[in-house]
Design a protein around this ligand. Structure first.
Ligand code: NAD
Length: 249
């Protein structure tokens, strides 16, 4: 029996941990040939071995999304990309007055420029190949709202939302759907230590349902935006946040 994504090649950035590892696992289980990319090749290799042991089709690439030469090399080494999950991201929690220029550059280079470099390189390949494609950018509820200590992160994610619309507009005629998922707080490596602090516990108490999500809470949105069901969806930012933005945090 053919699965939802059989015959498709999906490149997932930041696949070595957290949401990216989950996305890669879900896409492999849906039949895609998954290419796991991130800086930590050892962590990627371990996950790819797990996916293959479970009957999936997975390989790995070392990638730094902040480095355009690295982005170009990975995309060139991966012909026939049908799906890009543009997930790599970092967060630095500091009050505005304490953010250094290096902090600013690190967050913007990874979360905004890195997403752009990946989308542009993969989009160029998809256009040349003339088979269409799906690009799913991983944004955040902080693209729509702000929280203290996360100013630069929020600015970058707001940029990702606008990038999603801009790419969708230009690439619609190439049959490339470009959408974003804006997750609310999901427990992963990026925030696990933070949620164990007093500030983190207070934050959870302020959420609409006083809980954070788990990576699997994004599975349905991912499969919708990577699969044939989203043929008529482009330029959308799909918020998956348990209602966190409705109440504010
Ligand atoms: P994570 O720290 O577990 O994973 C981030 C991944 O990105 C890692 O694999 C890391 O190696 C990779 N990465 C970082 N910089 C990179 C670079 N320069 N080049 C290549 N790879 C790089 O965090 P996560 O929670 O899984 O976050 C994944 C994405 O989801 C991020 O874009 C994040 O902003 C977004 N997000 C997370 C949450 C959440 O609550 N966890 C909520 C909203 C959005």
């Amino acid at each position: 029996m053919s699965s939802l994504l059989s015959g498709k090649t999906a490149l997932v950035t930041g696949a070595s941990s957290g949401l990216g590892a989950r996305f890669a696992t879900v896409l492999a289980a849906a039949g895609a040939h998954v290419v796991l990319a991130a800086r930590r090749q050892d962590a990627l290799d371990a996950l790819a071995a797990q996916l293959r042991a479970a009957g999936g089709n997975a390989e790995t690439r070392a990638l730094d999304v902040t480095d355009s030469a690295s982005v170009r090399a990975v995309v060139e080494a991966t012909p026939g990309i049908d799906i890009l999950v543009n997930n790599a991201g970092i967060s630095i929690e500091k009050l505005v007055a304490e953010v250094t220029e290096d902090d600013y550059d690190a967050v913007m280079d990874t979360n905004l420029k890195g997403v752009w470099l990946m989308a542009q390189a993969v989009g160029r390949q998809m256009i040349a190949r003339q088979q269409g494609g799906k690009i799913v950018n991983i944004s955040s509820v902080l693209g729509q709202m702000v929280l203290t200590r996360l100013s630069v992160y929020a600015m970058a994610k707001a940029g990702v939302n606008q990038m999603t619309r801009a790419l969708a507009l230009e690439w619609a005629r190439h049959d490339i759907e470009v959408n974003a998922i804006a997750p609310g707080y999901i427990r992963t490596e990026i925030n696990r230590a933070f949620f164990d602090t007093e500030i983190g516990r207070k934050l959870i108490d302020r959420m609409l349902r006083r809980r954070v999500g788990e990576p699997e809470d994004l599975d349905a949105a991912l499969l919708l935006l990577c699969g044939p069901g989203s043929r008529f969806i482009t330029g959308s930012v799909l918020t998956v946040d348990d209602g966190q933005v409705l109440k504010g945090i």
